[in-house]
Design a protein. Structure first.
Ligand code: 4HQ
Length: 241
């Protein structure tokens, strides 16, 4: 999978793209990420990317021309199908597991990371295919949302997540939360590991984990178990996400 990022803070991505599972995916060539400095697409002496909002009010708005040039340039760099262009914004559809998988299947992506009060609306109208939000809170830029998306996408790329923990087993894939985990030491401040996990009875361990996953979901995220989407999922409908 190939991702391109447009930002005025490309330096934010360095350590992230070189570390842990994402770092390994990039190293192995399973994931290709190119980070572009939006300022490279400005044409004035000061390389300015923002301006005052029409209609007045506080804050600054990112001007359209550098974005238009940047998105069109990086989108046309390779022959073949045009990349899918995603704007990170609280106005977008909330990211979830189904959306991550859908985006992972779209092939190349261009991620637009805005700053300030946002980007001139005409950028969205002309060079954005989809708006994505990582949640209902306000950040100062789209860079962290882009990293959230990149990390989630990387886990969908075949070969990135080792066989020790299959992507198919992942929490949410099954529409429920994960079961609790334990490791050594056997006693921590008086709290013991559930005996079944030490029993060596793998069938019993699987039953316990399934029951605990269901219990945790009922207790912490009942919304995952009820409603039309969850019902469709248990029936195995495509619409169930
Ligand atoms: N932003 N999910 C970029 C967000 C956000 C979010 C705020 C995006 C500021 C300029 N993006 N603008 N939440 O809070 O994606």
């Amino acid at each position: 999978m190939r991702l391109q990022v447009l930002t005025i803070f490309p330096e934010l991505f360095g350590p992230f793209l070189g570390t842990s599972l994402v770092g390994k995916a990039v190293e192995k060539g399973l994931l290709e990420v190119r980070v572009h400095d939006l300022r490279a697409y400005t044409e004035d002496r000061h390389r300015s990317v923002d301006d005052e909002p029409y209609g007045g009010g506080g804050g600054m708005v990112m001007a359209a021309p550098p974005w238009m040039r940047a998105v069109r340039t990086v989108s046309a760099e390779r022959s073949g199908p045009a990349p899918w262009r995603v704007l990170l914004t609280p106005q977008g559809r909330r990211l979830d597991d189904a959306k991550v998988r859908q985006l992972a299947g779209r092939g190349d992506l261009v991620l637009l990371c805005g700053r300030y009060e946002g980007i001139d609306e005409r950028v969205r109208l002309s060079v954005v295919d989809e708006e994505i939000s990582i949640g209902d809170y306000v950040l100062s830029g789209g860079e962290l949302p882009a990293m959230v998306l990149i990390e989630a996408l990387s886990r969908q790329v075949p070969g990135v997540v080792g066989q020790s923990r299959s992507v198919e087993e992942d929490s949410f894939r099954a529409g429920r939360l994960d079961h609790p985990h334990y490791t050594r030491p056997p006693v921590v401040e008086g709290m013991e590991v559930p005996a079944v996990l030490l029993s060596g009875d793998h069938a019993a361990i699987e039953r316990w984990r399934a029951a605990e996953a269901l219990r945790a979901t009922r207790e912490k995220r009942p919304d995952l178990l009820d409603g039309p989407r969850a019902e469709a999922k248990w029936r195995g409908d495509a619409s169930g996400g």
